[in-house]
Design a binder for this molecule. Sequence first.
Ligand code: S3P
Length: 166
Amino acid sequence: MKKNIVLIGFMGTGKSSLGRQLARRLGYRFVDTDSAIEEVTGKTVEQIFRRDGEIRFRSEENLLAQKLAGQSGLVIATGGGMVLNQENVELLKQNGVLIKLWAEPEVLLQRVKSKKRRPLLRRGDLRENVLRLLQERDGYYDVAEFTVDTGKLSFGEAINEMYRYI
Ligand code: S3P
């Protein structure tokens, strides 16, 4: 059975764009958890945070992790907060290889300028928010068995690194 490839990491590390391409290369189906949640709920990530609150969004993430744990042959790009819940980590690991994507804060800051789908960055100073969240989440992404620095590598090189590992 083909194990799922699960990309985890902070916002702006390239999980969705690299994941989509990696899935193509492997012939796997691509799942972006934010998009999947938007489909299931019929609301945007932004709307869920604003109308129902972050806790509701996290519970949607958990329901999705339960569903995905039973599937195979997927490349899954997770939202940056998916692995804050240890239960999600365990679910995604059941039939998945976790890969951490990472980049220096300065690189992330350039990339997260688009706040679409990122309500956590919407209020206040972007730099402060990113640095604070990075600090709060220190260690959470280290549950992966392989790490790729997407700041130092080109898009193609990052894909190759992951492909070789798999
Ligand atoms: C979040 C990251 C976002 C999205 C939501 C919350 C987070 O996904 O799930 O805004 O808590 O880090 P990306 O990592 O794809 O931006």
